[in-house]
Design a protein around this ligand. Structure first.
Ligand SMILES: NC(=O)c1ccc[n+]([C@@H]2O[C@H](COP(=O)([O-])OP(=O)(O)OC[C@H]3O[C@@H](n4cnc5c(N)ncnc54)[C@H](OP(=O)(O)O)[C@@H]3O)[C@@H](O)[C@H]2O)c1
Length: 251
């Protein structure tokens, strides 16, 4: 396992799912971790502290600039620096014909999935720039950042946008040794997918037939790729969107 002792990581959307798995893996690798959530991940951070790891929880809605700025400030106040960030917070949107998608729903998805990633990167990069240190940021896109699915316009547009943010900012910071990449998860066993199974069972069953590996992934299988992208083993990977999807986007 990568040794991240002395390093500091922020994980947004860390109360559940892929974010929680990533926070746990950063802690196990020796990093100090700020677990960030719209609902504060107090218990999840405390669980890590109880195991002897360095962790804090921060309440932050990633779509709100003042809260995102405070998230980075608090992390640095407690741990003294920042090295890694996994910008993971995101939401799904119910299947809707594009002609029926409301302005409110479109804005809700964009505000969290796209604006939230941009705001997170904005304040993380300001801190890394101030420190004049190397670092790594991983953004959460999706198979929805690579392909389209009928009825999922807003979500897929937001996740395509995440790759645009990732690629352009990666070029700005490559020379400074700050590597920015993205993960593109397929269908992962998380509360988000649990809710989709409940409300859109037929569509989800159809989707699952298309997974070449024939199974869903565990959140840990995405988290391990996030850790790899932050590690020295990925020192020459810049601006990529790495699919972790059991082969879904290959065909
Ligand atoms: N599961 C999949 O199959 C899959 C596939 C592709 C991509 N993804 C992406 O993976 C990421 C993690 O999702 P997940 O599957 O692990 O689902 P999840 O368990 O629902 O996790 C999403 C997390 O994001 C947090 N969040 C939502 N809005 C937020 C906001 N405005 N500010 C701060 N935190 C916010 C949620 O916290 P609260 O509960 O407190 O709101 C929740 O902890 C998302 O970006 C998702 O789009 C997931």
């Amino acid at each position: 396992m990568t040794n991240m002792e002395g390093k500091v990581a922020i994980v947004t959307g860390a109360r559940t799912g892929i974010g929680l798995a990533a926070a746990q893996q950063f802690a196990e690798a020796g990093a100090s971790v700020a677990l960030v959530g719209r609902h504060e991940p107090k218990k999840e951070a405390q669980d890590l502290v109880d195991k002897g790891y360095q962790a804090i929880s921060i309440q932050c809605d990633v779509s709100k600039e003042d809260e995102v700025s405070a998230m980075v400030e608090k992390t640095v106040e407690v741990f003294g620096r920042l090295d890694f960030a996994y910008n993971n917070a995101g939401i799904q949107s119910p299947i809707t014909d594009t002609a029926d998608l409301t302005e409110e729903e479109y804005d809700r998805v964009m505000d969290i999935n796209l604006r939230g990633i941009w705001l997170s990167m904005k304040y993380e990069l300001r801190q890394l720039r101030k420190q004049e240190t190397e670092g790594a940021i991983v953004n959460c896109s999706s198979l929805g950042g690579i392909v389209g699915i009928a009825g999922r316009t807003a979500y897929h547009a937001s996740k395509h946008g995440v790759l645009g943010l990732t690629k352009s900012s990666a070029l700005e910071y490559a020379e400074k040794g700050i590597r920015i990449n993205a993960v593109c998860p397929g269908i992962i066993e998380t509360p988000m997918v649990g809710r989709m199974m409940d409300s859109e069972n037929d569509a989800m069953n159809e989707l699952m037939k298309e997974i070449p590996s024939g199974r869903l992934a565990k959140p840990e299988e995405v988290a391990s790729v996030v850790l790899f992208l932050c590690s020295d083993a990925a020192s020459y990977i810049i601006g990529q969107g790495i699919a972790v999807d059991g082969g879904y986007t290959v065909h």
